[in-house]
Design a protein around this ligand. Sequence first.
Ligand SMILES: NC(=O)c1ccc[n+]([C@@H]2O[C@H](COP(=O)([O-])OP(=O)(O)OC[C@H]3O[C@@H](n4cnc5c(N)ncnc54)[C@H](O)[C@@H]3O)[C@@H](O)[C@H]2O)c1
Ligand SMILES: C[C@@H](O)[C@H](N)C(=O)O
Length: 375
Amino acid sequence: MPVIRALGNVAKQALLAPACGCQPLTVAIRNISFSPRQVTSGSDASFHSVSFSETDHPKVLITGGLGQLGVGLAKLLRKRFGKNNVILSDIRKPPSNVFHSGPFIYSDILDYKNLREIVVNNRITWLVHYSALLSAVGEANVALARAVNITGLHNILDIAAEHGLRLFVPSTIGAFGPTSPRNPTPDLCVQRPRTIYGVSKVHAELMGEYYHHRYGLDFRCLRYPGIISADSQPGGGTTDYAVQIFHNAVKTGKFECNLKPDTRLPMMYIDDCLRATLEVMEAPVEPLRMRTYNINAMSFTPEELANEVQKQLPDLQVTYEIDSVRQAIADSWPMNFDDSNARNDWGWKHDYDLPELVQTMLNFIGSDSRIAQAN
Ligand SMILES: NC(=O)c1ccc[n+]([C@@H]2O[C@H](COP(=O)([O-])OP(=O)(O)OC[C@H]3O[C@@H](n4cnc5c(N)ncnc54)[C@H](O)[C@@H]3O)[C@@H](O)[C@H]2O)c1
Ligand SMILES: C[C@@H](O)[C@H](N)C(=O)O
């Protein structure tokens, strides 16, 4: 493949002569949807040029879509872009309501060719990469977390660069560690997390930004706080207690918390999180001074959350049985998140503070359990 070899030579020259600057190379690469994997492997794959008119809706693929966040995001994006323009994917079997609500496809992010086939056959233009092992589950299975969160991400980056996709990868408050400023934590500061989850997310931030600067990849990343949702279960994180308390409060009136009562962490209601994701994906390029932004809504401790729930359900009894792994993780994470750059650059604004969050969660779970009892 002479074109690929020629590109490889250009890339080598650019690396050997950094004084020339990489901008011309970046522009050339961007225009032909260059994939670093194609050049280094010398594969026979052809280049793809994806052109869409301004009025076309994006064609979106969501990986890891059956977790806490993916189904809600698919619903939001389908409302905006049309049901068939948003494909959910995962390695798990979808429940029937999800299967019947729009396109679903099997996709293992560790299988590069399968991913490429899906992107090509469905003419994907936006990729939302949700697959991951979260903080607590990751510590219990470091090898798998490393494979999914790091090797999987490499596949995603290469596919996105190769096919000129707009790529969203969420990061997290977990991308910070005990040596980061914790109250508040700004966008740019020391990031030395102590979990495989955090390490893999810092890696994702850096690799995405590198691909953006080096190859022109349209990479967008938000660092989410702990996300709280009523109709989807968290996948094994440190902030899961803040979801479980609502279910237990409604169903049993008792909750055993696995974090200490004064553990303060940034949190957000799922509707705010998903709206932020859509907004940053739709944002024009010009105001995006950075490619990775903190977003925040509120910060609270288990005790403060319990007090707010008890305003509605005064009989709720909360006890504490500390999980040492989760506690150590939480103690190394931000207590308050500084998201002023997101607010200034692309207009981020949250809707839900603690009282609205609690009211909304209890309404949702309460009505859900009343329906279940009636059936
Ligand atoms: N939920 C939160 O509080 C939160 C906070 C910050 C960041 N995030 C990030 O948002 C994203 C979505 O989070 P979530 O809470 O929905 O996660 P989750 O753990 O609930 O779901 C992750 C999904 O990834 C899938 N998956 C695992 N291995 C896979 C593979 N090899 N190929 C394809 N899919 C695979 C799982 O089956 C699962 O459905 C993650 O990247 C997470 O790090 C979440
Ligand atoms: C904070 C977030 O990344 C996830 N909910 C976790 O606790 O692991």
